[in-house]
Ligand binder design. Structure first.
Ligand code: HEC
Length: 197
């Protein structure tokens, strides 16, 4: 028993030593952070002006769905191209499988969910890091997205039957309905390969 405890102590000490010797993780540059936040903000504004405001004006939700389906996926691409990195919306329960979170993103989503449970407001949540991917160093950033009232039209649990029919045809693997208001339903994600200078 004593031996086993000692072994455990040694393991803890070795771990602490390794942690103390490892270098501080590299901090993302303020300029990259700023651009990532700007990308999220640009998407927020465009989605509101071109889609959500139409729902507020009581336009037919099917027409708004079609506009979203046809145009929203290109917003992220355009914003990313303008700012010089990959910008996307991701989810661990995606409608479109090509928006599925990768491992790093899924980890941050879990963290956002945990913070949420402790009472933190998603509006102030953000994750960022410089990670090694193969032989590249990559800047990564994420911000959670909350399912608000207008999102319920296509992501809630009482979606218009006509939209449900279209979703079944166009997104047969859809996992993005059944959300409740205020739930975290995805995130903005930025990925930028860094070059060594
Ligand atoms: C008019 C219907 C509609 C509304 C309103 C809507 N969405 Fe979506 N949402 C969609 C469709 C369709 C997709 C799939 C787009 C694609 O193919 O990339 C989608 C995809 C997403 C994704 C990408 C991950 C995935 O599931 O593929 C996120 C995140 C998301 N929506 C969040 C929101 C949030 C947050 C709101 C409210 C601010 C919202 N949506 C409002 C229809 C809608």
């Amino acid at each position: 028993m004593l031996v086993r405890n000692n072994l455990r102590l040694m393991a803890v000490a070795a771990f602490a030593l390794a942690a103390a010797c490892s270098p501080e993780p590299e901090a993302p540059s303020p300029a990259d952070m700023l651009l990532a936040r700007q990308a999220g903000f640009s998407f927020d504004v465009r989605l509101k002006m071109e889609i959500l405001d139409r729902l507020e004006r009581d336009e037919d939700p099917v027409a708004v769905y079609l506009a979203y389906r046809d145009h929203v996926p290109s917003y992220a691409k355009e914003i990313g191209e303008r700012l010089g990195f990959e910008f996307s919306r991701v989810s661990t329960r995606p409608r479109n499988p090509s928006n599925a979170a990768d491992d790093w993103e899924a980890e941050q989503m879990e963290l956002f969910g945990f913070w949420r449970e402790t009472g933190l407001d998603p509006a102030i949540m953000e994750a960022s890091a410089i990670v090694e991917e193969g032989d590249r160093r990559v800047f990564r950033w994420m911000r959670p997205l909350v399912m608000d009232e207008p999102c319920m039209t296509c992501h809630g649990d009482t979606v218009d039957q006509r939209i449900l029919k279209l979703l079944a045809q166009e997104y047969p693997l859809d996992e993005a309905t059944g959300y409740y208001e205020t739930e975290i339903g995805g995130a903005y994600s930025v990925t930028k390969a860094l070059t060594d200078e």
